[in-house]
Design a protein around this ligand. Structure first.
Ligand SMILES: *Cc1c(COP(=O)(O)O)cnc(C)c1O
Length: 393
């Protein structure tokens, strides 16, 4: 076997569906010395991280911590801990991640009741109400706050009241919203919520922040069966992250360093300022794309600030455009998934990647590439429209 060369990854501009670009302070934190997972210094870091996570989730929930694993581990943790075989679980399916939730619910031996709408659209409280009416004993309702596969932004404010009135829990996927737009766990009555580190928190992938509220804890305590997954069993994980500090699995030390530093950056910027930045950059990008004849694909009024799904113009070669963005401009954007493959691009403006410089860069690069694909617009039209938006136009 040939000797593998030294690792030399390109400094990409990460404007896809995640990972987003990682600030050097976070990378530096990962390169600091390891301590043991029960070292008093690490224990202090765990407490700080829990407090910082409560801050970003806007919750007082005691059981708030990072699961070892990517966002999907947080998703799985919520389901395996809260449902038991035979339960009925209502899942909103309007993209890839609702579909993934259904898969997990089935693997738990529970029965999913799907609420469906076209990919790119969101659910109304009436649709959730109707689904609750179809179930005799709904255990929980699961919704994706920010559907990364479509760019749709699901309103949640009205949902908890309806879900709780039916005796069910509200579980929310906030992987592409946490740190990029408001996620108000307590105010909105969310019972369990999970996220990921590599989207709007701008930390490498590897941890999944979760939070469980009082109602969810009661359901967990009253289980008749063991949690199906040993690794994701919150009744054991909480004993390591809580006062007992009982060994369960070795915490990924460097990843936890990174998350703490990424959360410190969120705290320094301030949640409101961070949300406004994401909003401003989305508005400018959308204005620029519109001026170039590239309309956003998600339902009007429900478009994420953090993930922009862009309609690919007829006759344009989807893969060729993405390849040239990467090869000539070092920019990564995402392809469409499932039924949206070849129909949309996904431009993420998450965390550190959400900047004015990146918006102007991707508009300018797209303009140049699309011209050679026969989709021309007035020279500089996209960048100019974005600049007008930044100027408050
Ligand atoms: C990325 C993502 C996930 C899965 O996270 P991984 O880190 O890829 O495991 C789940 N839900 C949504 C909405 C996501 O965007």
């Amino acid at each position: 076997m040939e000797t593998a060369g030294e690792l030399a990854p390109s400094a990409r501009v990460l404007l896809g569906p995640g990972p987003s670009s990682v600030p050097s302070r976070v990378l530096k934190a990962m390169a600091t010395p390891l301590v043991g997972h029960l070292d008093p210094e690490f224990v202090r870091l765990m407490e700080e991280t829990k407090a910082l996570l409560r801050f970003v989730f806007q919750t007082k929930n005691t059981l708030t911590l990072p699961i070892s694993g990517t966002g999907s581990a947080g998703m799985e943790a919520c389901f395996v801990n809260l449902i038991e075989p035979g339960d009925e679980v209502i899942v909103g399916v309007n993209g890839v991640f609702g579909t993934r939730m259904v898969d997990i619910v089935e693997r738990c031996g529970a029965t999913p009741i799907k609420i469906e709408t076209e990919w790119g659209r969101v659910f109304t409280p009436e649709q959730v109400q109707a689904a609750l009416g179809q179930s005799k004993r709904p255990k929980l309702v699961a919704l994706v706050h920010a559907e990364t596969s479509t760019g749709a932004w699901q309103p949640l404010e009205e949902m908890a009241k309806i879900v709780h009135a039916a005796g069910a829990l509200l579980v929310v996927d906030a992987v592409t919203s946490l740190g990029g737009c408001p996620v108000k766990v307590d105010e909105w009555g969310i019972d369990a919520c999970y996220s990921g580190t590599q989207k709007c928190l701008s930390c490498p992938p590897g941890l999944s922040p979760v939070t469980f509220g009082q109602r969810a804890l009661e359901v967990l305590r009253q289980r008749k069966t063991k949690v199906q997954s040993w690794y994701l069993d919150m009744t054991m994980i909480e004993k390591y992250w809580g006062e007992e500090r009982v060994y369960h699995h070795t915490a990924p030390i460097s990843m936890n360093y990174a998350l703490r530093e990424a959360l410190r950056l969120v705290q320094e910027e301030g949640l409101e300022a961070r949300f406004r930045r994401h909003e401003r950059n989305h508005v400018a990008l959308a204005a620029g794309l519109a001026a170039m004849g590239l309309p956003l694909a998600a339902q009007e009024g429900h478009r994420l600030w953090t993930l922009n799904s862009v309609t690919i113009p007829a006759g344009v070669d989807d893969a060729a455009v993405r390849r040239r963005l990467l090869e000539e401009f070092n920019i990564e954007i995402g392809a469409g998934l499932g039924p949206l493959r070849g129909r949309i691009w996904r431009i993420g403006l998450m965390g550190d990647s959400s900047s004015r410089g990146n918006v102007l860069l991707v508009l300018s690069a797209l303009e140049e590439i699309l011209r050679t694909q026969g989709h021309a617009c007035a020279p500089g039209a996209g960048v100019a429209a974005a600049q007008v938006a930044y100027a408050g136009g």
